[in-house]
Design a binder for this molecule. Structure first.
Ligand SMILES: Cc1cc2nc3c(=O)[nH]c(=O)nc-3n(C[C@H](O)[C@H](O)[C@H](O)COP(=O)(O)OP(=O)(O)OC[C@H]3O[C@@H](n4cnc5c(N)ncnc54)[C@H](O)[C@@H]3O)c2cc1C
Length: 485
C-alpha cells in the first residue's frame, strides 16, 4: 500500500508536533514554513551579543513535552535541559509593595502572607479548588477532541454534570477571585492568569482557574539555552522521523476538489498533491486567505502585544527571571484592550530576563530584557506612536524603581506580529476565552467544511500556549490515524 501523503502548512509548535507524530506513524509528510526557520511565535532574536525569545518565556506542564518526546522514542531529559525557575515570579505594585512567588507550592501561603496575611489561608483553599477544576475537566476540555455540549451527556462524563456547580461557569474569573481574596493586590495577581491565553479576567469564565493551578501545581520551567531550544528540539525530532521541512516556502492556497482538500499551491505556483492537509496557520487566515472564503473579522481574538527587546548594562535592579509591574487600574487596562481597542496608557508590564537563570543568553555585564505589555488585537500604530509608547513604558518602569541603562532596543507591534506569523490581528494566542462559550466555539481539529482538512495550533482546540498547541498537534495526529485505520 502506498504511504498516505500529508501536507502541513506552518512550522509552529502545533504543526511540527502533528507532522512528527504522523511521520513516526508511517505517513509521508511535507511541512511548509514561510519563515526562514521553524518555531513560529517561539522564535529567537539576537543582537548586541544577547539572545531574546520572541514569544513564550514561561513553560508550564512539562509532562506534555515529555509525553511527546517519549512517543517519538526519546525523552525530555535527552532533548532539553529544563530547569525550574525559583522564584516563579517577582511582582511589584505601584504603592511600592513587592512579592516573590516561590516555585514550591507549599511555600506559596507564606509568600502571600508577606503582603496579605488573611489571604494566606484562603490561597490554600483556592488552589485546592483550582486543582479540582483542572483534574475534573482536563480529559474532556484539554486532552481529547472536544465535542462541545455533547460531552455533558456522555455516560463517561457524568462526573462533569456532578461538578457543574464547582465549575462556576456563571461567574467571571475576577468575581471568583474577589470572593476568595480580600486584598486587591492578590486579586490582581490571580486575575493576571487570564492573560496567559490572551483573555480578560473581567470577561473570562472562572474555569480559567485551571491556569494558576497549572503554574503553581506543576511549576514554571525554562530550557537552558532559551525557550527557542524547544522549537529546535521538536524540529530535529520531526526531521529524524522523516518530515521534509521546506522553509522560506509560503503556501498560497489549499486546493480542493468535490469539497475535499487535495493539495497545496505554493508561492512559486507549484501545486503539490496530498491525501490530507493540516493547517497550523491561524484558522481565520486559513479560511479567508487559503480557502478564499468571504468572512467577517474573526470573533473574540485574543489580546496582542507590544514588545521591546532591550540589551541593557547589568545592574542591581532586584529583578528575578520573570517580573510583573502591575497597573493601578486593572479594569481600565482591559477596557482599553477589549472595549476601546486602544493602547492602554498605564499598562501592566512583564519583563523576562532569562539571563537571570541562564548566563549563556547575554555577554558578561549585559542583560537581555524582554518587555511585554498586552495590547488590543488588530490595531495599527504609526512609527511615531510606537516610539512614544515605548518611551512611556520606560517612564513607567522608572516609577517601579527601574532605570536600566539601555544599549540597544528593538520594538514589535501587533502589526509586526500579524505579518511575521500571519496571525489575525497579531493575536498572541488565537481566540480568547472572553465568553462562557469560547471553549465550545473554538475550531476543532477536523474541519467541518472541507473534508481531509485538519487544524492544529493556538486558534484551534484546545487553545493557545505551548502545552496546549502540542496537545492540539497530538489530537489531530491521533484522529487522522484513527480515521485511516
Ligand atoms: C509575545 C508572546 C508571548 C507568549 N508567551 C507565552 C508563554 O510565556 N508561555 C506559553 O506557553 N505560550 C506563550 N505564547 C503563546 C505561544 O507562543 C503560542 O500559543 C504557540 O507558540 C503557537 O503555536 P502554533 O502551533 O499555534 O503556531 P504559530 O506559532 O502560530 O506558528 C504558525 C506558523 O505558520 C506559519 N504560516 C502561517 N501561514 C503560512 C503560510 N500560508 N505558508 C507557510 N507558513 C505559514 C507562520 O509563519 C508560523 O511559523 C506567547 C506568544 C507570544 C507571541
Amino acid at each position: 500500500m502506498t504511504r498516505r501523503r500529508i501536507g502541513v502548512i506552518g512550522g509552529g509548535i502545533g504543526g511540527l508536533v502533528c507532522a512528527a507524530r504522523l511521520a513516526n506513524a508511517g505517513y509521508d509528510v511535507d511541512l511548509y514554513e514561510q519563515q526562514s526557520a521553524t518555531g513560529g511565535k517561539m522564535g529567537r532574536v539576537q543582537f548586541d551579543g544577547c539572545s531574546f525569545d520572541t514569544g513564550p518565556s514561561l513553560i508550564t506542564m512539562p509532562f506534555v513535552l515529555d509525553a511527546f518526546f517519549r512517543d517519538m522514542g526519546t525523552s525530555l531529559q535527552a532533548e532539553l535541559d529544563l530547569i525550574r525557575i525559583d522564584p516563579a515570579c517577582h511582582y511589584r505594585w505601584s504603592d511600592g509593595s513587592r512579592m516573590d512567588l516561590p516555585f514550591d507550592l507549599d511555600a506559596i501561603p507564606e509568600a502571600i502572607a508577606s503582603i496579605s496575611p488573611p489571604d494566606a489561608r484562603r490561597v490554600i483553599e483556592y488552589l485546592e479548588e483550582a486543582r479540582y477544576l483542572y483534574e475534573t475537566t482536563k480529559d474532556v476540555f484539554i486532552f481529547s477532541p472536544f465535542q462541545g455540549f455533547r460531552e455533558f451527556v456522555r455516560l463517561s462524563n457524568l462526573h462533569l454534570l456532578k461538578a457543574l456547580p464547582r465549575l462556576r461557569f456563571h461567574k467571571t474569573l475576577h468575581q471568583v477571585h474577589r470572593s476568595f481574596f480580600s486584598d486587591p493586590r492578590i486579586v490582581q495577581l490571580f486575575d493576571r492568569f487570564a492573560t496567559y491565553n490572551g483573555s480578560s479576567p473581567y470577561l473570562a469564565p472562572a474555569t480559567l482557574m485551571v491556569i494558576p493551578w497549572v503554574e503553581f501545581g506543576f511549576g514554571a520551567w525554562y530550557p537552558r539555552g532559551g525557550v527557542y531550544r524547544i522549537a529546535e528540539a521538536i524540529t530535529a525530532v520531526a526531521q529524524r522521523a522523516g518530515v521534509r521541512i521546506h522553509t522560506n516556502t509560503n503556501v498560497q492556497a489549499i486546493e480542493t476538489r468535490s469539497g475535499a482538500a487535495v493539495g497545496l499551491r505554493l508561492a512559486d505556483g507549484t501545486v503539490c498533491a496530498f491525501d490530507r492537509v493540516v493547517s497550523n496557520a491561524d484558522v481565520h487566515t486559513t479560511r479567508s486567505v487559503l480557502l478564499g472564503e468571504r468572512l467577517p473579522p474573526g470573533r473574540d481574538p485574543s489580546s496582542s502585544g507590544f514588545v521591546a527587546f532591550l540589551s541593557v548594562e547589568a545592574g542591581d535592579h532586584g529583578l528575578a527571571h520573570h517580573n510583573v509591574l502591575f497597573s493601578e487600574d486593572y479594569r481600565s487596562e482591559f477596557d482599553h484592550i477589549f472595549r476601546h481597542r486602544r493602547l492602554p496608557p498605564e499598562p501592566t508590564i512583564y519583563i523576562a530576563r532569562s539571563v537571570h537563570s541562564d548566563p549563556s543568553q547575554a555577554p558578561a555585564g549585559r542583560e537581555n530584557w524582554f518587555v511585554l505589555v498586552n495590547t488590543p488585537p488588530g490595531i495599527s500604530v504609526t512609527d511615531a506612536e510606537r516610539d512614544r509608547y515605548a518611551d512611556s513604558l520606560l517612564r513607567r518602569m522608572e516609577h517601579f524603581g527601574l532605570r536600566p541603562s539601555i544599549r540597544q532596543m528593538q520594538l514589535r507591534t501587533s502589526e509586526d506580529m500579524a505579518r511575521l506569523w500571519q496571525a489575525e490581528g497579531g493575536s498572541l494566542y488565537g481566540r480568547s476565552s472572553n465568553s462562557l462559550f469560547s471553549a465550545f466555539l473554538r475550531q476543532r481539529q477536523r474541519s467541518n467544511r472541507v473534508r481531509d482538512l485538519w487544524y492544529v495550533g493556538g486558534s484551534a482546540h484546545p487553545g493557545g500556549g505551548v502545552p496546549l498547541v502540542i496537545t492540539s498537534g497530538t489530537i489531530a495526529a491521533r484522529l487522522i490515524q484513527k480515521e485511516d485505520q
